[in-house]
Design a protein around this ligand. Structure first.
Ligand SMILES: Cc1cc2nc3c(=O)[nH]c(=O)nc-3n(C[C@H](O)[C@H](O)[C@H](O)COP(=O)(O)O)c2cc1C
Length: 356
C-alpha cells in the first residue's frame, strides 16, 4: 500500500465491511430472509460516498499514463460498468482510477429484476497449482437505472468531468433501435474525454445478448452509430459465447474506426438463490476464462493486422492479474467485483504497477 494513511483507511474499511457482512448474515438467519447481498452493497455504497476525501485521496504516478484512441488515461485501471451512482464513482476516481464506465443506460427507467438479484459466494479458484477459496458474486440485476435522458442530466450536473479522466457510457437495449436511441441521447454530451461501451452481452435482460446472437445486427448498429459520430467505443463481448463467435464479432468491430473490445462480461450460471434462477458470475472464478478470450482475440488481431484496443475485464483484483492481462494483449483493465470487495486495491495496484 502506497502510504500509512491509505493502509489505515483500508484496515478500517475491511473491518467495517466484514462486520456488515456478518450482521447481514445474522439478520437473514434470524428473520429467515433469503440471501441478499444487495443490502450490504447499498449500505457499503452509502459509507463509501461519505468517506472524507483526505482519507482516500491518492496521486496516480506519472508513468502509468496509457493512451487509447487519443484519450489519455492517467492509469490503465478503469471502473467496469456496474455503478450509476456518480458520487460513489467520484470516490473511486479519487482513489486512482484512470477512467470509469457508467452502468449501462437503457431508453426508459427500469427497476430491474425482483430481489434477491445479487448474492456473494465463496468459490474454489486455481492460482498456479494451488486451489484457494475466493469471494465471487452472482448478479441478475436486470439493468435497473434511471433511463438515458435522466442519466445524461445527472452527468451534466455532476462534478465527474472535473477530474479530467476519460468517462465511458455503457449503452444498452433490447433492440437495435433502442441501442441507437440511447446512443443518440448521449451524443450531444459536451466533454472532451468521453467514450462509449456497447453492452452487447447483458445476460440479465431478455434480449441483452441479441447483438452477439445475430452478428449482422451488431454490424447494422455500428454502421448507424458511425453515421452519428466517431466517438471512441468499445463493444463488450462475453465468454458466454464460443471463441469462433467472438472472433466473428471482432472481424465486424475491426471494420469500424475508433472501435475496440471489452472482454468481457459476467459468465452466465444457473443459481436458485437468485429470483430469476440464473445470473452472471463475476470475480476471481471468471478470470481465467476471460483472459483466455483476451489472448485469443489478441492473436486474431495480430494475425489480421487490426488496430483494435482491448480492455480486459473479469476477475481482475491484483497486480498479478493485471500483468497477466497485459501479457495477453490488453491495454486497459476494467474492474467491478474487485473494487466492491476492496476499493483500496486501486491505489495498491497503481503503486505496484508503477514500480515494475
Ligand atoms: C452488480 C453488477 C452489475 C453489473 N452491471 C453491469 C452493467 O450494467 N453493464 C455491463 O456492461 N456490465 C455490468 N456488470 C458486469 C461488469 O461490468 C463486469 O464485466 C463483470 O462483473 C466482470 O468483471 P469483475 O469480475 O471485475 O466483476 C455488472 C456486474 C455486477 C457485479
Amino acid at each position: 500500500m502506497p502510504n500509512v494513511k491509505l493502509k489505515l483507511s483500508q484496515h478500517a474499511y475491511r473491518l467495517s465491511r466484514e462486520a456488515l457482512i456478518f450482521l447481514n448474515e445474522w439478520y437473514e438467519k434470524i428473520f429467515r430472509r433469503p440471501e441478499d447481498y444487495e443490502r450490504v452493497a447499498e449500505i457499503g455504497k452509502y459509507v463509501v460516498k461519505h468517506i472524507p476525501d483526505f482519507l482516500i485521496e491518492y496521486q496516480i504516478p506519472d508513468n502509468l499514463e496509457t493512451e487509447v484512441f487519443g484519450l489519455k488515461f492517467p492509469s490503465p485501471l478503469i471502473l467496469a460498468s456496474y455503478e450509476h451512482d456518480l458520487g460513489a464513482i467520484e470516490k473511486y476516481l479519487k482513489l486512482g482510477l484512470g477512467g470509469a464506465i457508467i452502468k449501462t443506460a437503457t431508453r426508459e427507467k427500469r427497476s430491474g429484476n425482483p430481489r434477491p438479484r445479487l448474492i456473494r459466494e465463496k468459490k474454489k479458484y486455481k492460482i498456479g497449482d494451488k486451489i484457494v477459496k475466493r469471494e465471487c458474486m452472482i448478479n441478475a440485476m436486470g439493468l435497473p437505472g434511471p433511463g438515458a435522458v435522466e442519466m445524461k442530466e445527472r452527468l451534466e450536473n455532476s462534478d465527474l468531468f472535473s477530474y479530467g479522466r476519460p468517462i465511458g457510457i455503457s449503452i444498452g437495449g433490447n433492440s437495435t433501435e433502442e441501442y441507437l436511441d440511447v446512443y443518440k441521447t448521449f451524443s450531444p454530451l459536451e466533454y472532451e474525454k468521453q467514450f462509449r461501451e456497447i453492452n452487447a452481452t447483458c445476460p440479465n435482460t431478455p434480449d441483452g445478448q441479441n447483438l452477439c446472437k445475430k452478428p449482422e445486427n451488431l454490424d447494422k448498429l455500428l454502421h448507424k452509430i458511425r453515421e452519428i459520430d466517431d466517438t471512441p467505443l468499445f463493444v463488450k463481448l462475453s465468454a458466454d459465447f464460443d471463441r469462433e463467435r467472438n472472433l466473428e464479432l471482432v472481424d465486424i468491430i475491426a471494420g469500424y474506426e475508433n472501435a475496440g473490445v471489452t472482454i468481457g462480461n459476467t459468465k452466465t450460471v444457473e443459481c436458485d438463490k437468485i429470483s430469476v434462477g440464473k445470473g452472471g458470475l463475476s470475480g476471481p472464478c471468471i478470470r481465467d476464462v476471460n483472459l483466455k478470450l483476451v489472448e485469443a482475440v489478441n492473436e486474431h488481431k495480430l494475425e489480421n493486422g487490426y488496430d483494435l484496443p482491448i480492455m480486459a475485464t473479469g476477475g481482475l483484483s491484483s497486480t498479478e492479474d493485471v500483468v497477466k492481462a497485459k501479457e495477453n494483449g490488453a491495454s486497459l483493465f476494467g474492474m467491478a467485483t474487485g473494487i466492491v470487495q476492496n476499493m483500496f486495491v486501486i491505489p495498491e495496484i497503481n503503486c505496484e504497477l508503477s514500480d515494475k
